[in-house]
Each structure stands twice: as structure tokens, then as C-alpha cells.
Design a protein around this ligand. Structure first.
Ligand SMILES: [Zn+2]
Length: 154
């Protein structure tokens, strides 16, 4: 049996690489890179005889390195786990959360882009987000979701 087949047989019934595993992998790699950067800064501080700063960066190095190692262990655990249904449930929750964050960032970006022309506010009754053109003085708003009518300044 060649290596490919053997690997395939080995991975049968295991979770493998999913979105959450890829995320853990990337963040752990990022941590390791930042940790190396902290060691470097710590060494530079020591050379300039900034002993306190050097120890602070040394401690930061241990913390970030530790987090990176823990995430790497979690990543490996996910990929080789045989409890596929549980890992899939975790992955679904993770993807749902990521989607929510992505949607939230997109809406914040849009609000930032519109900040000079549109005002965003929430309906006091149902908390629905509503927008209206700016600099129109006091206006009467009818909520598109619950029909609540209220006054607001633009
Ligand atoms: Zn409403």
C-alpha cells in the first residue's frame, strides 16, 4: 500500500480539516509569528539596557507562545478526532458566529461610508435599525417593521 492510500485509510472516520480547524491553524501560526517578534523586541530592549521593557516583552512572548501552542494542539485534535458529529456541530456554530461578525463589520463599514449623508438610529419600540438623510431637522419616522411613529432629529 502506498503512502496516499495509507493516509486515506488513516483519515477514514476522522473529522479532517474544516473551517474551524483552518481558523485555529491560522491564529496559532499568527501567535507564533508575534511571539518571535516579541523575543526580537525583548533582545533589542536588552541591548539598549531597558531591562524592565525587555522582561515585559519576554513575558508577552511566553503568553503568546503558550496560546499559539494550545491552539495548535486544538487544531490537531480537531483534524484527527473520531467524534465527527460533535466536531461538525462545533464547526457549524463557529461558521454561524463568523457569519454574524462578517455581517456586523459590513454594516459598520456601510455606516462609516454613509456618515455624512445618512443618520442611523433604532426604532424605540422594536429596536429595528432605521436610516434617514442627515440635516433635515426634526422628522417624523414610521418604523418599517412595527409601524411605530416617532420624532427624531437628523
Ligand atoms: Zn419598530
Amino acid at each position: 500500500m502506498n503512502f496516499r492510500n495509507r493516509l486515506y485509510r488513516f483519515m477514514q472516520g476522522r473529522n479532517g480539516v474544516d473551517a474551524l480547524a483552518r481558523f485555529l491553524n491560522r491564529v496559532s501560526l499568527g501567535c507564533l509569528i508575534v511571539a518571535i517578534l516579541f523575543t526580537f523586541i525583548s533582545l533589542v530592549c536588552l541591548r539598549r539596557e531597558a531591562v524592565t521593557a525587555s522582561s515585559v516583552f519576554r513575558i508577552l512572548y511566553y503568553v503568546v507562545y503558550g496560546i499559539g501552542i494550545v491552539l495548535a494542539v486544538l487544531w490537531i485534535f480537531r483534524v484527527f478526532s473520531r467524534n465527527v458529529s460533535k466536531r461538525q456541530a462545533e464547526n457549524t456554530r463557529f461558521e454561524y458566529r463568523m457569519q454574524k461578525i462578517r455581517r456586523k463589520t459590513a454594516s459598520l463599514k456601510q455606516r462609516w461610508k454613509d456618515r455624512k449623508t445618512l443618520k442611523y438610529f433604532r426604532c424605540p419600540n422594536c429596536k429595528q435599525m432605521i436610516r434617514a438623510p442627515r440635516h433635515k431637522g426634526k422628522i417624523r419616522v414610521t418604523c418599517s417593521k412595527c409601524g411605530h411613529i416617532f420624532l427624531t432629529k437628523t
